[in-house]
Design a protein around this ligand. Structure first.
Ligand SMILES: Cc1cc2nc3c(=O)[nH]c(=O)nc-3n(C[C@H](O)[C@H](O)[C@H](O)COP(=O)(O)OP(=O)(O)OC[C@H]3O[C@@H](n4cnc5c(N)ncnc54)[C@H](O)[C@@H]3O)c2cc1C
Length: 383
């Protein structure tokens, strides 16, 4: 059974590291980078240049999976072919697609041209370079940082940048940079309960971050953004660096006649995470639109769920290779933690009988770190 796994993110890498050498099973992992990126820690790389990658090859030892370092151009499900940018074409019997998401700029004028994203290592490097450069005495220009989108990524990024801001200001004896967090909706971190959001808001305010909720980003230029308040007034905020974390959408890389897509281009999958009209194709992670059978709601796009989907798909590929039955997908949200810079975090952990245990401060920080250690252990990283 010739099997291709596309992407070595949380979803694809979880599949590959679940596999074992098996007669008749021939698996290749196709990925553009020779390393796995801990995307959930990109904000740390952006502020502190933290190491957030892990070489892939050692993680594949003992799995029987071959690695093909290549950039995928397109996937044709009707022809059962994957076209690579280097001109090669790969065919398959079974395909696993886990290529993640790209930033959604919602066609806001000027945003795609002038904003930095936070999706790849290169984005983190660009932000790190900026925050350091504005603390050089030779720097000329606006020093403000404007971050659009107050979800998990935006909040984690501004708090980490605020910490770096304090360190550099103290070290260099220069005034701190102004950091703005701009959000169209009425609150930051909409996924959290009110008590945790209030704690997070207090922390951001203590850092001196300007929180602008109900401010819709209308336009971006090279050195400013225009925002509109709920009562229709427009304001211009000058910016040396604009960063957009306000939305994602699935990659538009798969071509097929009978493909059903949901909001944000996510590909609709069945209870086994396969495309109903193409049962030889599994789609997992941010690209997939799976439905939670208990709530009938879409499964969120998180690393936690991508990893769960990947581990299940790995098991199911082993079952297919051995002629067994597939196992159905039952998502489980074990908790949600948001880091707020340094040792501060807020979040909750799932308890029996669907109860939630809310946590703030050091304990929440440890829980956030623990989920990362669990992930690393699950992919066989000795840490
Ligand atoms: C800053 C930040 C913080 C986050 N924090 C959290 C958190 O605390 N908790 C949480 O649960 N989630 C968090 N998320 C979301 C989480 O990172 C994503 O949901 C998760 O990465 C999705 O996993 P995936 O495997 O679908 O995609 P990814 O992890 O993005 O992996 C996709 C892989 O495909 C490869 N790829 C893409 N296109 C191509 C191509 N054309 N050719 C070859 N290879 C390709 C990429 O290089 C990558 O390795 C955060 C995201 C960000 C950006």
């Amino acid at each position: 059974m010739k099997t291709l796994i596309l992407g070595a993110g949380y979803a694809g890498l979880a599949v590959a590291t679940k596999l074992k050498p098996t007669p008749g099973l021939d698996v290749t992992l196709v990925e553009q980078n020779p390393y796995h990126v801990f995307e959930t820690r990109l904000h740390e790389a952006a502020a502190h240049n933290t190491q957030v990658t892990l070489p892939l090859q050692p993680l594949l030892k003992g799995t029987g999976v071959q690695m093909d370092l290549a950039r995928i151009d397109s996937v044709d499900l009707d022809a059962r072919q994957v076209a690579l940018k280097d001109g090669r074409t790969l065919s398959y019997d079974t395909l696993v697609i886990g290529l993640g998401s790209v930033t959604n700029f919602y066609r806001i004028p000027g945003l795609a041209e002038h904003a930095t994203e936070l999706k790849e290592l290169a984005d983190a490097d660009e932000i790190f370079t900026f925050i350091n450069r504005v603390f050089e005495t030779s720097y000329v220009g606006n020093r403000n940082i404007v971050v659009g989108g107050a979800g998990l990524t935006g909040v984690e990024l501004v708090t980490e940048l605020a910490q770096r801001n304090e360190i550099l200001s103290r070290e260099r004896g220069l005034p701190k940079v102004e950091i703005y967090l701009v959000e169209a909706g009425p609150k930051i971190l909409p996924v959290l309960d009110d008590n945790l959001r209030e704690r997070a808001t207090r922390t951001l305010t203590e850092y001196g971050i300007h929180i602008l909720v109900q401010h819709r980003l209308m336009q971006a230029s090279e050195d400013s953004v225009t925002v509109q308040t709920a009562d229709g007034q427009q304001k211009v905020i000058e910016a040396g660096k604009i960063i957009w974390t306000g939305g994602i959408q699935a990659q538009e890389i798969v071509k097929a006649e009978k493909l059903e897509k949901g909001p944000a281009n996510r590909i609709v999958v069945d209870e086994y995470l396969r495309i109903p009209a193409y049962p030889e194709v599994f789609v997992i992670g941010d690209m997939a639109l799976a439905t939670d059978p208990k709530t009938q709601k879409p499964v969120p796009t998180t690393a936690q769920h991508a990893g769960q989907q990947g581990r299940l798909t790995g098991k199911n590929i082993m079952r297919l290779a051995r002629g067994g039955e597939l196992e159905t997908y039952e998502p489980s949200t074990l908790g949600e933690f948001v880091s707020l810079g340094g040792l501060m975090a807020v979040g909750w952990m799932k308890l029996p009988w669907n109860q939630k245990l809310a946590m703030t401060g050091g304990m929440a920080h440890v829980m956030k770190r623990a989920s990362e250690w669990r992930w690393r252990a699950s992919i066989g990283d000795p840490i």
